[in-house]
Design a binder for this molecule. Structure first.
Ligand code: NDP
Ligand code: 2IT
Length: 443
């Protein structure tokens, strides 16, 4: 049995209760096969794949907090420090009721390769909680964030582990957690990224994941004789990534016709009104159903998904496994030419395979959504030198990083005889640097 199959079989036995982690591991390991086979003896000897798939440490803790009625609530907190061979652990925090250890492990595992692809010195980690921010008052959000940080602070630090945002964690939550970290440690340092601009945040970090997604999509389209200008784009999600992906797509001359949240989706044939989306989601923190109040001609659906819409480019920007095989078939039938993942693992393995087999350009999230963590790393650099760079400087660096990522993964795929397979290219290009660093640093 090949080394890759052996390790995958062990993982399936040991972590049967973590399907998302197994899915992420399978995608990576299967596509690494050519790179592993070329060095099988060397990697086997140092148990490289076993070490790569087992986190350095997994911290699980109780988060008790007081709600507005004076009732004590209890949630579970997680931080998975997966791999720090190329830099301090780096990755977001997700607050969502669906969060389990398996979710955080899948995200942390993906983060290792994503962070390596950025070319910046950051290792892989992820954390979060099963806390549900929906319907909570601002005071309750603050109480929860303070309670969460009251334990997490012991395990993180600017040279050790630097969390940031993810689903359910944006600027407001980072602010409350930063305040608590500062209070507990009496230090003012770059321990979190995605901070506000008045206390050490970087310009463009809010926009970075969405903007980066479009920079990479445009590079991929151009390399294949297309252009984003004039294209019809379907986006899922209406959060941080989706909003700024839509903004940059529009700036580049595309028409965005859909957005979604967990209760439904909107189709706006005239093109999404982003000011309305920002007001509904960022200011009012309301449901997307409100959108038709701003745009009476738009259609709000509670059934189905945005992927039934006719589009040239599809950008899944909400959550994992939100684009399945049936959706992929519909996209292909409707003449879609490219899918680029803004979310982490939004496309199922079967759907990815179908899209690739049908000639759709497919950019995996670990490459196409790497702009967020890349600008987080630039925020760390600015914090270290106690300086702030201009908007133009950060945006230019972000664009350069995304173009580099695409070039690196395209050439890695070509090197192994799979030209155009960007999933394989991303995994191999991300893996090679980490593998070399792990081997160099011993066991
Ligand atoms: P937000 O919390 O800002 O927005 C998430 C969006 O997705 C909301 O519209 C939300 O709807 C929807 N959503 C979340 N969970 C589900 C679900 N289970 N079913 C249907 N819809 C859902 O998160 P982000 O925009 O930051 O993150 C979106 C994706 O991008 C995630 O996969 C994240 O891991 C990934 N990502 C984020 C980065 C960042 O910098 N923020 C960087 C790289 C990747 P509702 O509001 O109704 O819950
Ligand atoms: O999935 C991701 O890359 C993020 N949520 C951003 C992580 C970060 O550290 O900025």
């Amino acid at each position: 049995m090949s080394y890759v199959s052996e390790v995958m079989e062990q993982l399936e036995k040991k972590y049967a209760s973590q399907p998302e982690f197994l899915q992420a591991a399978r995608e990576v390991l299967d596509s690494l096969a050519p790179a592993i086979e070329a060095n099988e003896e060397k990697y086997r000897k140092v148990a490289l794949l076993e070490r790569l798939t087992e986190p350095d440490r997994q911290i699980i803790f109780r988060v008790p907090w007081l709600d507005d009625k004076g009732q004590v609530q209890v949630n579970t907190g997680y931080r998975v420090q997966f791999n720090n061979s190329i830099g301090p652990y780096k990755g977001g925090l997700r607050f969502h009721p669906s969060v389990t250890l398996g979710t955080i492990k899948f995200l942390g595992f993906e983060q290792i390769f994503k962070n390596s692809l950025t070319g910046l010195p950051i290792g892989g980690g992820k954390g979060g909680s099963d806390f549900d921010p929906k319907g909570k008052s601002d005071n309750e959000i603050m109480k929860f964030c303070q309670a969460f940080m009251s334990e997490l602070y012991k395990h993180i630090g600017p040279d050790c582990d630097v969390p940031a945002g993810d689903i359910g964690v944006g600027g407001r939550e980072i602010g409350y957690m930063y305040g608590q970290y500062k209070k507990l440690t009496t230090t003012y340092c770059g321990v979190l990224t995605g901070k506000g601009l008045t206390y050490g945040g970087s310009l463009i970090r809010t926009e970075a994941t969405g903007y980066g997604l479009l920079y990479l999509t445009e590079t991929m389209l151009k390399a294949n004789g297309h252009d984003i200008k004039g294209k019809t784009v379907a986006i899922s999600g209406a959060g941080n990534v989706a909003t700024y992906a839509a903004e940059k797509a529009m700036q580049m001359g595309a028409k965005v016709v859909t957005m979604s949240d967990s209760t439904g989706w909107v189709y706006d044939a005239e093109g999404i009104d982003l000011a309305a989306i920002k007001e509904i989601k960022e200011v009012k923190r309301a449901r997307l159903s409100e959108y038709t109040k701003y745009r009476p001609n738009a259609v709000y659906h509670t059934e189905g998904h945005v992927w039934s819409t006719k589009c040239d480019v599809a950008l899944p920007c909400a959550t994992q496994n939100e684009l399945n095989l049936d959706d992929a078939k519909q996209l292909v039938a409707n003449g879609c030419i490219a899918v680029a993942e803004g979310a982490n693992m939004p496309t199922t393995l079967e759907a990815t395979k179908y899209l690739q087999e049908n000639g759709i350009l497919f950019a995996p999230g670990k490459a196409s959504n790497a702009g967020g963590v890349a600008v987080s790393a630039l925020e760390m650099s600015q914090n270290s030198e106690r300086l702030s760079w201009t908007r133009e400087e950060v945006d230019q660096k972000l664009e350069g990083i995304m173009v580099n990522i695409f070039n690196n993964l395209a050439s890695a795929a070509k090197r192994y005889g799979h030209e155009g397979n960007y999933v394989m290219g991303a995994n191999i290009a991300g893996f090679e640097k980490v593998a070399e660093a792990m081997i160099a640093q011993g066991i």
